[in-house]
Design a protein around this ligand. Structure first.
Ligand SMILES: NC(=O)c1ccc[n+]([C@@H]2O[C@H](COP(=O)([O-])OP(=O)(O)OC[C@H]3O[C@@H](n4cnc5c(N)ncnc54)[C@H](O)[C@@H]3O)[C@@H](O)[C@H]2O)c1
Length: 449
């Protein structure tokens, strides 16, 4: 095997750190850099700045073996020490939903400065999610202007979108369904393909080679179809709620057995949250409109998702006959299990609506309480266990489907709550069993409440 390339990763947030640790674990020498000094200080001590299964052990091992370095705001140094640079900075939404490229632009300028000093053919790989045209029109232009060098001759440019899921990042990284490499020049695409063939050897996933814009669009189209499946099944769930006896869970199970449909992303509930789906659907809508195409399907996907969390509050209000002065326990804060990420978490609109209705809110999450405190401040009470959360509550809403909550029995709710009123916002309980012993409602259960 040829000698491993040295890799730099700029931005060690969620994707950057998992990418850096993934490469370091596979024996690559990785130099990373981030503008956030607190984050870097933690990483250097082997402490991940966020919760992700397996990350702590792998990060510690990578640092101990000398395979991973993390620098504070030294993009130029990181680039100059390596052959391939991954850009993994954030691409948040602007207030109008369009993509905010300020971090991509800043990092491109820093990389350009390094390229100016470098005499080697260096490859820049965009891992951040960017709308079609960004690599060609923004990154390439800045790199060329700052370095005074030519893309495709003096340096290479690729787009390599990231598909990992928070909560199972390393499982996804080491067992990818596919690798997408969009390249400006064939040479850089060939080198990155070789990197991944080495990384995954002997079980190499399908590698899809494209141009820059196609690779950019593949990422958005992939997230948009998953978001669409979620809003679709939530639409069916809301319809079930109007049809006594109809249960969306059984509808989804039967649909999912059809190979053309598949079972994944057909879980009715409170909608999608997190750092990707909401912002990527919004960015795709904005990009599409800017190009003169009205993406009606995507606009509906977003609209359904926006309204969905309020369905749980509606059900709770109906079961209790009003929420004024009622103590409502929320099980789960994170946008999904196995993470403490609160970005676009569904709990936020739920809390706002409960407070607007005059309820007192108490919440518990196995790992996200600290993150939630910085977002929701003291607008709600925080419990340190399920029991403390349920204690004396008038109603409970399951917001995040953590395994810990799946294990609860109807008696657990009866034992601690003032009134045994439960809304299953994630369809984790058997309605036959829970409905017998509790005042129970669930999204898409067709109770005609
Ligand atoms: N989080 C996910 O699950 C996921 C999955 C696939 C793709 N993505 C995409 O990957 C990108 C990164 O997402 P994330 O969740 O890791 O974001 P993040 O906010 O967790 O991390 C971004 C990091 O970039 C750093 N940064 C910003 N400007 C910088 C600069 N000029 N130089 C160096 N560092 C800088 C920030 O300090 C931060 O640590 C986004 O485009 C996102 O859409 C995210």
């Amino acid at each position: 095997m040829s000698e491993k390339h040295k890799i730099s990763v700029i931005g060690v947030g969620y994707v950057g750190l998992c990418t850096a640790v993934g490469f370091a674990t596979k024996g690559y020498l990785v130099v990373s850099s981030d503008v956030d000094p607190e984050k870097v200080a933690k990483i250097k001590e082997g402490i991940p700045p966020f919760h992700e299964p397996r990350l702590t052990e792998m990060l510690k091992a990578a640092i101990q073996k000398g395979k991973l370095k993390c620098l504070i705001n030294q993009t130029e140094a990181a680039v100059l020490e390596t052959d391939v640079t991954y850009i993994a900075v954030g691409t948040p939404s602007k207030p109008d939903g369009s993509i905010d490229l300020q971090y991509i632009e800043a990092v491109s300028r820093d990389i350009g400065k390094a390229l100016k000093k470098s005499s080697n053919y260096h490859i820049v790989v965009i891992k951040s999610t960017v709308v079609p045209g960004t690599a060609q029109n923004t990154v390439k232009t800045i790199l060329e202007n700052t370095s005074q060098k030519k893309c495709g001759e003096d340096f290479g440019l690729c787009v390599n979108p990231e598909f990992l899921r928070q909560g199972s990042a390393f499982e996804d990284t080491f067992n990818a369904d596919r690798v997408v490499i969009g390249s400006f020049d064939k040479k850089s695409g060939d080198v990155i393909e070789e990197v991944y063939r080495g990384f995954y050897s002997p079980k190499v996933p399908p590698i899809i080679r494209t141009g820059l814009a196609t690779a950019e669009l593949i990422k958005y189209a992939s997230n948009a179809i998953l978001a669409t499946k979620i809003s679709f099944i939530n639409t069916i769930a809301n319809l079930c709620d109007k049809i006594p006896g109809a249960d969306v869970k059984l509808v989804a199970t039967a649909m999912g057995l059809d190979k053309r449909i598949g079972p994944l992303f057909l879980d009715a509930g409170l909608g999608y949250g997190g750092s990707c789906f909401p912002k990527d659907v919004k960015a795709l809508i904005a990009c599409s409109k800017a190009l003169g195409y009205e993406p009606r399907l995507l606009e509906s996907v977003e609209e359904v998702n926006h309204e969905q969390p309020l369905k749980a509050v509606e059900l709770c209000k109906k079961l209790l006959g009003g929420l004024e002065g009622k103590r409502i326990a929320l099980l789960g804060l994170a946008f999904k299990p196995n993470t403490d990420d609160m970005r676009e978490a569904r709990v936020v609109p739920i809390v706002c609506e409960l407070l607007r209705e005059g309820a007192i809110v108490v919440a518990y999450d196995p790992v996200a309480v600290n993150m939630a405190k910085s977002l929701l401040k003291d607008t709600i009470l925080y419990a340190s266990s399920v029991v403390e959360c349920l204690n004396n509550a008038d109603g409970c809403i399951v917001v995040t489907e953590w395994d810990e909550f799946r294990k609860l029995t109807p008696n657990d709710f009866r034992k601690y709550m003032k009134q045994p009123v439960l809304v299953d916002g994630r369809r984790i309980y058997d309605p036959a069993e829970f409905g017998k012993k509790l005042k129970f409602a669930a999204i898409g259960l067709g109770k005609g409440l």
